[in-house]
Design a protein around this ligand. Structure first.
Ligand code: ATP
Ligand code: FE2
Length: 316
């Protein structure tokens, strides 16, 4: 079974081709705003402009022709509507042209499924930490249930926003990770409410402190504070569900310090820690193609998008 997956929820237009469990191609083109954060219309224009070329590059890399594709999958949400629409239109065009099924995929579940495939985790508590999303999930009774999540923005968007306030170029997450290596502790709010988290107060506080503290110290402290919050909630979900694996996935999974903190927690609890490989942590088409293959028996020809599609709305 060969599936071509299209990712276009936000900044990245990606096309991945999976042959069963094997990644044959994973090409992406990322929209980088000249100033500020992502502008949805500009991002969607970027996706429209690069779509044809990214598909062609993916087919070349996989050494395949369009007619070899058995299935088209696309990210149907959650995401920015103008960007989602580009992926849906491209999926519909390819599906109709090739007369193959079109499978709408939930973007968050795709981050989990590619993590499970690539690490061998079977039934983990998943910390899905990306730009737009921050959720602690575990599979129970037919769904990935949300045990804890952010009450406002995703951790990645918060890091990016702090980065912009500090004059760093988008995306700030990886630059903050580098600067944090030379930092010292500065007190910031620590906001865990039950199993949920909030990041906006931390952002306001850290950005205000830019006047009197050096950037390395704030980068270090924002990471230590927020990653401790993520680790605390993940640990509690692990205790509650009695599972013995933790999977870290999503764009922020590339962060080595976050991986280290979760790993220490897992060792202390006798659980196994897994992190999705870096080349599949951020938004990509391979994860959409793989989730398409997992759902190949749910035949749809539906290209509706859902900007707020929740992880726990999907029956697995
Ligand atoms: P989603 O729709 O799943 O929320 P997304 O659109 O935010 O995804 P991803 O590619 O999954 O996209 O994640 C991008 C985020 O990951 C950005 O906020 C970026 O700063 C963050 N990120 C990437 N690498 C690192 C890193 N090393 N440390 C911290 N954050 C990182
Ligand atoms: Fe994502």
């Amino acid at each position: 079974m060969i599936c071509l997956g299209i990712e276009s929820t936000a900044h990245t237009f990606g096309v991945g081709i999976m042959k069963d469990e094997e990644v044959l191609a994973n090409i992406r083109d990322m929209y980088l705003p000249k100033i500020g954060g992502i502008h949805p219309r500009e991002a969607s224009e970027h996706h429209t402009l690069v779509a044809k070329e990214v598909i062609e590059k993916a087919l070349n890399e996989a050494k395949l022709k369009l007619k070899d594709i058995d299935l088209i999958a696309f990210s149907a949400g959650p995401g920015l509507p103008p960007c989602l629409r580009v992926g849906a239109v491209v999926a519909r065009y390819l599906g109709l042209k090739l007369n193959v099924p079109i499978i709408p995929v939930n973007h968050c579940i795709a981050h989990i499924e590619i993590g499970k495939l690539k690490t061998g985790a079977t039934d983990p508590v998943t910390l899905y930490a990306s730009g737009g999303n921050t959720q602690v999930l575990a599979f129970t009774e037919g769904r990935y249930r949300v045990f804890g999540e952010t009450q406002d923005q995703g951790i990645g968007n918060m890091l990016d926003h702090f980065g912009r306030d500090a004059g760093l170029k988008h995306p700030g997450g990886p630059k903050i990770e580098k600067l944090a290596k030379d930092g010292k502790w500065v007190e910031l709010p620590y906001v865990v409410k039950g199993m949920d988290m909030s990041f906006s107060g931390i952002l306001t506080s850290a950005s205000k402190k830019l006047k009197e503290n050096n950037l390395e110290d704030l980068c270090y402290s924002i990471q230590e504070t927020c990653f401790a919050m993520l680790t605390e909630v993940t640990e509690r979900a692990l205790a509650h569900t009695d599972k013995n694996e933790v999977l870290l996935t999503g764009g922020v999974a590339a962060n080595k310090r976050l991986q280290e903190m979760l790993n220490i927690m897992c060792i202390e609890r006798g659980a196994k820690f897994y992190a999705v490989p870096n080349d599949l942590s951020g938004d990509n088409g391979a994860m959409i193609a793989w989730t398409g293959i997992l759902n190949k028996n749910k035949i749809f020809f539906d290209t509706k998008i859902d900007r707020f599609w929740r992880t726990d709305d999907v029956e697995i």
